[in-house]
Design a protein around this ligand. Sequence first.
Ligand code: SF4
Length: 214
Amino acid sequence: MNKSDRPSSIFHLPSSICVYDYENKLYINLTNRCSNACTFCIRSKQDGLNGHTLWLQREPTASEVIAALEKRNYKSSPEIVFCGYGEPACRAAEIVEIGGFLKRNGVPTRLNTNGQGNLINGRDITSELAAAVDTVSISLNNSTAERYQAVCRSRFGLAAYQGVLDFTRLCVPKFKRTVMTVVSLIGETEIEECRKICEGIGAEFRVRGYDSYT
Ligand code: SF4
């Protein structure tokens, strides 16, 4: 989302945060950049979650995130999730550094992503990510490139959808768990089409509630 797309009120909000809690887990907010501009994106509706402002005044360094995690008793979180308020794969190097720190400290991790990380970075980053993160959860959203682009409005155009599928195929043999998600709102027929695509790739399939953030 571009600055010009954001609600004007965000420019008057107090401090933003790079580590936040949601449903008893800690989440890491690395960036507000994203290759998509989804019609349903929570960022166009609210400025954050649980009273946390998630629009970043600047992107945090990996060291700043680790320091914030240490202040939040991170070892008690059952899982720590790279998620929002933008696409985490825009900051692949920081995911690797922070994920490596969490792995060394025995904390399970997950990356929630739009699956365009290889397109964004212009190379295959799946091995690096899988070495640092346990689970990858990829938003499939729809069963065709046209439907996907109509809803997700990727800057990569129709090529984005194939990029998501290719990214997932590369993740399956490398991550402990590779999950693809859709939201229940797309309807039973579309859900079943997506299920077939997901199963063909070998990833786990999950249907999320429409109001589910993660
Ligand atoms: S991929 Fe996620 S962060 Fe990016 S626009 Fe879509 S919902 Fe928002």
